[in-house]
Design a protein around this ligand. Sequence first.
Ligand code: NAD
Ligand code: KPL
Length: 307
Amino acid sequence: MSWHILGPGSLGCLWAARLSQAHIPASLILRNQHRLAALQRQGNQISYLAYGQSSPLDIAINAQLASHPQPIERLIVACKAYDAVAAVESVKTRLSSNSGVFLLQNGMGSQQAIAQLLPGIRVIAASSTEGAFLTQPFHCTHAGQGTTLLGDLVHTQPEPTCLRDWQQAQISYQWTDTILAALWRKLAINCLINPLTVLYQCKNGQLTQQTERLTALAHELAQLLSAAGYPCTAEDVFAQCLQVIQNTAQNTSSMLQDVLNQRRTEISYITGFALAQSQQLGTSHRALLDLHSQLQARLQQLGLPLD
Ligand code: NAD
Ligand code: KPL
């Protein structure tokens, strides 16, 4: 069984390094010839600092472009949510009804768009708590050991046997028949935490000072999740959020990291998606709209894209 990993960023390199290290055939799919040449200059190796280790390993890696003719059996999409649809489109003709597509994107919206783009192909969505970053292109640090919850996006089927490769590569994962519920719950947490960390320029833990705002948002998100078919109370959402804030108190949220690094955020797949769904389902969204608008205003001040 062979794996293709679309996007050589933090998670793409993390997955490629771990699969390759376990001698499981894996190829990175790069955006253009320029990126391919950059990897070649590095001896076709990823420098990989494994979790808890002090020195990196050089791991030989296969790489190719989207235009390569090899059929794709197992595709891991490791782009940002805003790039994921175009990236999948670029390899669509290489996929068949025997392929499996694994989506690592945060937030919601890109997964549904990709499932629509690939009728008849098994699309598996993930919610990952792994933490990785690149210090330079193809130099990956596994900074936080987490796990990845995986499940079918459309028709629930048994766990695919190819995930034995992940076990062999010591990639922690859990299979679920209810990935959509998990994505919605994670979306609610990301809507509560990520934008506020940008607005207050703070670590997750400091949001315990914002209980009034969090409470108002938790009410709206509970209404939204319930209307979307995942019943919960505002108290549940607030309690889960507080738990995550406490567990990740020292974290800089992914959205604040993007802002601090002058990178485009995934706002459209977090508050943007929640707001659009809330408008469509007719649930109250005053606090969510204020939050989204304030976040966009901050992004504009910083010269970053508003979507
Ligand atoms: P990243 O920006 O580090 O990597 C994305 C890579 O995809 C970049 O190298 C980009 O050039 C490449 N790319 C974009 N379009 C492409 C295309 N058409 N063809 C080939 N390559 C293309 O992003 P990341 O941090 O790895 O995050 C990926 C997703 O995983 C995001 O949705 C993120 O929220 C989520 N996530 C990340 C982490 C983490 O620790 N980094 C943890 C959990 C979830
Ligand atoms: O998922 C996260 C993120 O930063 O995107 C949380 C849970 C908020 C942890 O930082």
